[in-house]
Design a protein around this ligand. Sequence first.
Ligand code: GCW
Length: 686
Amino acid sequence: MGDHGYAAWLRYEQVTGDSMASYASWANEMVLPAGVPVDGVLKTAVQELSRGIRSMLGTAPTVEHEPSRQRFIVLGVLGGGSLIDAAAGDTAALSSEGYILKTVHERDRAYIVAAGKSDKAVLYAAFHLLRLMQSGSAIDQLHLMESPTYSLRMINHWDNMDGSVERGYSGRSIFYENNNVLSDSERIRDYARLMASVGINGIAINNVNVHREETYLITEKLLPDVARIAEVFGEYGIKLFLSVNYAGTIEIGGLDTADPLDPQVRTWWKEKAAEVYRYIPDFGGFLVKADSENRPGPFTYGRDHADGANMLAEALEPYGGLVLWRCFVYNCHQDWRDRSTDRARAAYDHFKPLDGRFKDNVILQIKNGPMDFQVREPVSPLFGAMEHTNQMMEFQIAQEYTGQQKDVCFLVPQWKEVLNFDTYVKGSGSTVKEIAAGHVHAYTHSGITAVSNIGNDENWTGHHLAQANLYGYGRLIWNPELSSEEIAGEWAVQTFGGNEKVRDILVNFLLESWSIYENYTAPLGVGWMVTPHYHYGPDIDGYEYSKWGTYHFADHKGIGVDRTVATGTGYSSQYMQANSQVYDSLEACPDELLLFFHHVPYTHELKSGKTVVQHIYDTHFAGVERVEYWIGRWQELEGLVGVDRFRHVAARLNKQLDNAMAWRDIVNTYFFRKSGIPDAHNRVIY
Ligand code: GCW
């Protein structure tokens, strides 16, 4: 089974060579402080550590209260026993999910302490120790202290109860089938393990588009099943969240309104919250898509988003529950003839004026870009712009617009660019990374979430290499200082073994893959040249005359969206001055975002010295060439990676090549026909 990728990065293959003897010397015995009940997440930590060690070394450690050997591992909660406390030192800086990993050498014995501030932290410590062993790192001089940077580290599933997954590219849902909840599925436990191993602590298990059947998830009809999933998640330190239907009162509550100020509506939600917490005492909260893409919301009643969110927040407040209120709100019935409406402006225009009006247990969930998870977008100007309102970032691990897990596109470098973006909302250093951590504004809750890329395909993510995005997302939001290269390297070694050549090829391919994908698809930040609805292959004008607010305005002279203050939609003014003046200026605007902010002639010269149209030709030829190059490099791995995974990736790379060629030829031909300007290098354009 392992060879088909089910184990993902938790393969725990037999360790050989020098490390084997060293690891075995420590891992024969696990000491747990006496008098501490080993249940819940702590029990999971013990089980996971034993399981990993057994798999890597052949025997599981014995579990003792008193050490009987000269070398051993101590596992437990800080403050929970003399061995731990003697080793711990000053741990005041650790958060409640933080831990230490420390090797202690005494005169006649030595031991590794894996200890955390809470049971959950102990589980994270156990997974960290296993990760070190799985990647062949030395463990005899450990001196590590770790706390996650973000308190909410979430995943959102767009799974429907009929078993389909909206924007899913890896099979069907692991949570539902035929409108039933698959509450007894082992696979859900295996998924929880994978997620806990990279520090995920909250998962919303149903699509933000809540249809009829899913509306019942918060009722007694389905809560017993949902509670069973919550229990499994709970054993791995993960809180369960549900997406709710804003119009629940009408659809299943027997009321004729969803007005957030209506007392009956408020009472209904309070009753629902009470019911949910009766079944799931540590329930995380509600995720809400309201007044967005035809979903119901408070606008119908002349109310605003603060009214809607606060009504739900009031219901969850007594239990410590959260409302994750999405800001993906825009006019999806726009007339393309109307040049005054700019979808990119919408989130900021809707939400910024509401700053300070949301309750403390509401968090606004904001997509990383102002449009919608394109291969390249600027960072949403709403992020950080509301000093008195909790916010969290929403990424998309699912590769909706980035190759749909047929093409390789490692997104960690993209997410890092977003996190490192300086918003200047409180002067320089106000990066997205710091805002999401609650370090810039004093948020009561904040963090990062992302749309999942998994399904019931045996390898979880469709493409084996798409597992790197899932792994990388978790690692990055635990510690955003990790480099893309470190993350890719960790993943490659754990997933494909320690062979250096395999690691190098995987890491270098992953690191280049986003730029390759960008090269052969929509140029210079303009986005949206995809097949409508499906969002995979090229269709340059597919969204050009549609209602979705997604236009590139290409004509025979030029292309791009004028979002400047002087002559365009003024979107650029939503940024702080340090950024808006850069974006607003044709000279200063970075090349990769040029067409997002400016409409320019094809002959406009980029910073690179090329004209726009020549850049389009060059990048599209280059993109295809690099796919061909990596197909060749992958072939070098035959015999070095398992045959099934080797073939699977090889087959997907061939599909990627077809896709890249289709993009190259259609994009190049389109712009050649529009502009009449030939390629400076006379390559084939149709
Ligand atoms: O990008 C769009 C997707 C929709 C999705 C929506 C959203 C869940 O194409 O499928 O709906 O974003 O984020 O709400």
